[in-house]
Design a protein around this ligand. Structure first.
Ligand SMILES: *Cc1c(COP(=O)(O)O)cnc(C)c1O
Length: 225
């Protein structure tokens, strides 16, 4: 695990340097969805502290105790969020990367008010306008950013997952353009297969699972025990 982590960090730093950025200009979110406890504990022991999860309940099970043991963790929600789980998400996560609709902005703002704290978010943009994919359409991104700000959410940046069957560069470029015109700095883009390209297009955070942990088993596959 330590070797995989070091290799990913090295590749990230190389990609930063190759595009004239500081070697630490992009941060690493380790995506722990579906990973067994041993893998999570191993990457914690290797020094990783920023983690991404897709599902609120799965993340609660994996992180509630570990969070108490490791006070410097940063947990990021990178999967779709239902409005009825907004309060749970605000309670567990430091940053919610998947704000993609007005109703969810309202639910997150209400949860933040109730919890008495600021809610940090990224707006997820469906850069490929794929019907099955989460994310606000690019032409509605400015409006959602403005609404979220007016509700008191702390909008830090944008996130995207490019279409699987297209070269990702133009999607990363679009996300960067949308961020700049909204005065946003954070760009969460790039996964195991395309993080070097994402860094070239200005990613400030890449989300990496399989390059660290190996290929995931399908969620419902029986454990090999
Ligand atoms: C699973 C997931 C990742 C990590 O994907 P890998 O290809 O395993 O690196 C990144 N972002 C999101 C939103 C994910 O759901």
């Amino acid at each position: 695990m330590a070797a995989h982590l070091a290799a990913v960090r090295r590749a990230m730093a190389d990609a930063c340097r190759a595009s004239g950025r500081a070697p630490d200009a992009a941060g690493l979110t380790a995506v722990t969805k579906t990973q067994p406890p041993e893998a999570v504990d191993a990457i914690l022991a290797a020094g990783q502290r920023v983690f991404g999860e897709n599902r609120v309940q799965e993340a609660q099970a994996r992180w509630t105790d570990r969070r108490a043991a490791w006070p410097d963790l940063e947990l990021r929600l990178i999967g779709p969020l239902q409005t009825n789980k907004a309060a749970d998400a605000v309670a567990l996560f430091d940053l919610i990367e998947t704000l993609d609709r007005p109703k969810l902005a309202e639910a997150l703002a209400a949860a933040g008010d109730k919890a008495g704290r600021a809610v940090r978010v990224l707006v997820q943009v469906n850069t490929g306008a794929e019907p099955q994919k989460a994310g606000v359409l690019p032409e509605h991104a400015d409006g959602l950013v403005a609404q979220a700000r007016s509700l008191g959410l702390t909008v830090e940046g944008l996130m995207c997952i490019p279409p699987a069957d297209e070269a990702p560069g133009m999607h990363f470029a679009l996300l960067r353009r949308l961020a700049r015109r909204n005065g946003l700095d954070a760009l969460s883009m790039g996964m195991s297969g395309d993080f070097e390209t994402a860094i070239r297009f200005g990613a400030t955070q890449v989300r990496i699972g399989s390059a660290l942990f190996g290929e995931r088993k399908p969620p419902d596959a029986p454990s090999m025990g």
